[in-house]
Ligand binder design. Sequence first.
Ligand SMILES: [Zn+2]
Length: 404
Amino acid sequence: MPSNKSVSDAPITQFTNCRILRDHCLQREDLWVRDGKILDPEKLFFDEHGYADKCVDCEGSIIAPGFIDVQINGGYGIDFSQACDDAGSGVSLVAKKILEHGVTSFCPTLVTSPPHVYHKVLPQVKVHDGGAHGAGVLGFHLEGPFISLEKKGAHPEQFLRTFSSGGFRDLIETYGSLDSVAMVTLAPELDGSQSVIRDLCQKGITVSLGHSVANMSQAEEAVQHGASFITHLFNAMLPFHHRDPGIVGLLTSDQVPAGRKVYYGMIADGIHTNPAALRIAHRAHPSGLVLVTDAITAMGLPPGRHTLGQQVIEIQGLHAYVAGTKTLSGSIATMDMCVRHFKHASGCSVEEALEAASLHPAQLLGLSHRKGNLDFGSDADLVLLDETLNVKATFISGEEVWRK
Ligand SMILES: [Zn+2]
């Protein structure tokens, strides 16, 4: 009798009748999972003489790594930027609901807010793994308040800040603690920002450039100090100019240090970016493209008025505006919609569309040793999709957490 017990007693699941995304290609292979991790079947067969305890027939599905959303402000009536006593349960509710969109981990995002909001909300949510309770939390994305007045977009002007107390002290005064923070979006043209970028990167926090009027050399300097992301490319920054392409120029800059890569967020909801602009970005720098939803309170809700941070916004069709204006204030798109729209609008391959929602955000956050791919040893966070990229089921650590 062959034994499964030479390495671990944990049951082994075999996903069959599927195509799996591995090494940038969809491959007709089975996927093996044990203890929440992807298993090398050769080692199992030849070294352990093991076998599967459970078989999942995927009925021809594509299996991709679970989607990772690094910019999501809320959804289903929840606004992460509201100072309330049960911020944790708001994050949990959204975490549970986004499973049906294939998202297995995310960065809850706070827009520009007064300090008391950060002090209230941040301590209530810790970085934690996903599961049947919902997608995992990778840490907060704090978008603002250290951003440009001219490019504030939907951020409330009265709460914008500068690094007037010397930089890092301003961050701590504003945010309180950085313990559960994964990413900060700031404007690199603000005085003192370069030392702040260095300090944040030293703490393992990803720095993103956005809501900014930075020119190209300011943006390149920020990257040289450690910044590695661009928040919603094209939105809330200077438009591309051939003599000074600004932050957009980072996509083809020759001043990015060797071995480093600049990633950029795209809200591929068909509204925030014209398809031609999406194609320009993708063709210039395909491996840096990260799909984000930038979803707000109203994602999953009907049209009408809702709150975003300190502002009131209005949903009309697929548009979310600051109430009474035509200023876009985040999207109501879901991640699977963005994947489908990105593929359709850019003409990219299925593999590229899926990696923009999985591999690239994992690489951006320094998590690609365990997330964003289906390599042996990685977390078995999976999304099963049909040919047209509709989500059929979602798994976290090898356990089914949602099925259509
Ligand atoms: Zn923004």
